[in-house]
Design a protein around this ligand. Structure first.
Ligand code: FES
Length: 286
């Protein structure tokens, strides 16, 4: 399989939006007790801007502050952000109602290499809120189903309350031909009839061949490390494993210096990298 090429120049080459667009929240859905999905449109009811799977945007709650989020979905007239309540700004966001005014600037960063994945099998590996950035690529592949091979999703969380998009996984994605979803939790839980297993051994049990298969991996540090080691141990090449470092971004425009990994700015060169690219960056813990 030829190495996957990722475009790292698009953000540096493009004009970066600095001034937030005034937008409104048009729909809110509760994914889990601490995760909500927000659909955002312009005041005229249009999609704020076009984005590609993997890109991010800065969403602001006026006047509380702003945070960077991946764009987890987009429609003709909205962008969607799936947000876990983890701090002050996300708490303020969770307190909003439909119709609330928010600020939005972006899109930022590069995209998952969806053209490079054409003709390949694709294995998605995610944990908890880590499925949010993967969702944009997964739904793109499903919308262009004939261009891609077998798709597998291996997704886990500590308990069922950590699993987002369960409705889509069960009722939409797994119904598409040659799409296979594998969901587990780590802690036994009353009422859960599925797998109870950590993600890395779950991956191993699937015995998926590596030939012509790319992996897209996103999750917390422990899941990331254990799954990376498992995938490499199973024979997947680091150049065929793609991830996103969007959690490292803050300003999105190369100004705050919070996103450096070695010599790279994640906001301008990423957030999407292959593991082999990350391994070449001095100071990268990935
Ligand atoms: S996020 Fe601020 S410099 Fe990259």
């Amino acid at each position: 399989m030829s190495p996957i090429k990722i475009d790292h120049d698009c953000a540096r080459a493009g004009a970066l939006a600095l001034v937030p667009l005034v937008c409104k929240v048009t729909e809110i859905s509760e994914e889990t007790p601490d995760v909500k999905a927000f659909r955002v449109s312009t005041l005229e009811g249009k999609r704020p801007f076009e984005s590609q799977p993997g890109q991010t945007a800065m969403l602001s709650v006026i006047p509380s502050g702003e945070c960077m989020f991946c764009i987890s979905a987009q429609g003709d007239d909205y962008l969607e952000f799936t947000v876990k309540r983890v701090g002050y700004v996300t708490e303020q966001l969770h307190a909003l109602s439909v119709g609330a005014t928010v600020g939005l600037r972006g899109p930022y960063g590069n995209a998952f290499p969806y053209d490079e994945l054409k003709g390949k099998d694709v294995l998605f590996v995610g944990g908890g809120i880590g499925l949010a950035p993967l969702r944009a690529l997964l739904t793109y592949l499903l919308d262009h189903r004939a261009d891609y091979g077998r798709i597998d999703l291996v997704y886990s969380g500590s308990t069922p309350d950590d699993l987002i998009f369960l409705h889509d996984i069960k009722n939409v994605w797994s119904q598409v031909p040659d799409v296979h979803t594998h969901v587990s939790i780590y802690r036994p839980c009353e009422g859960w009839e599925g797998e109870v297993c950590y993600t890395a051994p779950f991956l191993k049990d699937l015995k998926l061949p590596q030939e012509n298969r790319a992996v897209v991996l996103c999750g917390g540090p422990s899941l990331f490390r254990t799954c990376k080691e498992m995938l490499l141990g199973l024979g997947f090449a680091a150049e065929d494993i793609i991830t996103t470092l969007e959690m490292k971004m803050k300003c999105g425009i190369g100004k705050c210096g919070r996103c450096n990994v070695g010599s790279r700015y994640i906001c301008l060169d990423g957030p999407v990298f292959t593991l082999s690219e990350l391994a070449d960056l001095p100071g990268s813990e990935h």
